[in-house]
Design a protein. Structure first.
Length: 237
C-alpha cells in the first residue's frame, strides 16, 4: 500500500501540471485572438485599397436614338477566340515609356439573310405550283465581343508611365475585326446561305408549294416560264 502511494501522487501531480498548462494555453489564445482578428481586418482593408471593388452607377436617363424594323433570318453563329497583342511607346525607351497588353478575346459572329431586301421580282411561281426565290446575299449581322469572357491576361508598363488609357479599347476594336475576319475566312457566309435555303425550303414546302427553287438572279426565269426551260436553278431535297 505504501509502495503505490508515490505513484498515485506522481500521477496526480502530472494531471495537475497538464491542467495548468492547458489553462495557460487557453488564456494565451484568448489574449492573442483579438490581435489576430485585428490583423485580419487590417489585411482586408489593405486589400480593399489595393484592389477596390468598382462601383457602377448607370445614369437614370436613357435616350433611344433609333427604332428600326428588321426582317433578318439568322442562320448561323460562330463563337471565336482570339489573342490580341497591343502595344505603344516601344523602342529603345520602351522600358520607361512603353505599354503592352495581352487581350484574350471571346466573340460571337452571327450571319444570315436580310429578308427585308426581297423585291417583288425576286419571288415568282410557275404553272406547276413551284415557287422560285432569288435571295439577297448573306451578310454578317453581328460581330461583337463577349465581355463576360474577354479579359486582359497580362499588361506591362514602363517605369515612367501609368499606361495608355486608350490601349485596351484599341485592342478590343482590333479583336472584333479579327473575329469577324476569322469567321469570313472560315466560310460563314456560304454556310449562312445554305442554312437559309434549307430553312426556307422546308418552310415553304410546309405551306403546300410543290417545290422550291432558288435562282441565281431574277432574270433566270419569269412567272410565265414553262417547265423545263429554267436555266440554273438549285433545289433542296
Amino acid at each position: 500500500m505504501q509502495n503505490t502511494r508515490p505513484w498515485v501522487l506522481g500521477a496526480a501531480l502530472i494531471v495537475l501540471i497538464g491542467l495548468a498548462v492547458f489553462a495557460m494555453l487557453m488564456t494565451a489564445r484568448s489574449a492573442v485572438q483579438p490581435v489576430a482578428d485585428l490583423s485580419a481586418e487590417v489585411g482586408t482593408q489593405i486589400a480593399g485599397i489595393l484592389h477596390p471593388t468598382p462601383t457602377l452607377r448607370p445614369d437614370p436617363v436613357t435616350i433611344v436614338r433609333e427604332v428600326r424594323s428588321l426582317a433578318r433570318l439568322e442562320t448561323i453563329q460562330y463563337t471565336v477566340e482570339k489573342v490580341i497583342t497591343a502595344e505603344s511607346g516601344q523602342g529603345p525607351f520602351g522600358f520607361l515609356f512603353g505599354d503592352r497588353l495581352l487581350l484574350v478575346a471571346h466573340g460571337v459572329v452571327i450571319a444570315g439573310i436580310d429578308l427585308s431586301l426581297l423585291q417583288p421580282e425576286d419571288v415568282w411561281l410557275d404553272d406547276l405550283g413551284r415557287v422560285y426565290l432569288h435571295l439577297p446575299d448573306p451578310e454578317i449581322f453581328v460581330a461583337t465581343l463577349d465581355n463576360s469572357q474577354t479579359y486582359v491576361y497580362d499588361r506591362e508598363t514602363g517605369f515612367l508611365t501609368s499606361g495608355n488609357i486608350d490601349l485596351e479599347a484599341a485592342a478590343r476594336r482590333a479583336a472584333e475585326e479579327a473575329i469577324r475576319q476569322a469567321a469570313l475566312d472560315d466560310g460563314i457566309l456560304e454556310q449562312a446561305r445554305i442554312n437559309g435555303e434549307s430553312y426556307l425550303y422546308g418552310f415553304l414546302r410546309s405551306l403546300g408549294f410543290a417545290d422550291v427553287i432558288f435562282a441565281e438572279s431574277p432574270s433566270d426565269a419569269s412567272p410565265l416560264q414553262t417547265p423545263g426551260s429554267y436555266s440554273t436553278p438549285t433545289t433542296r431535297p
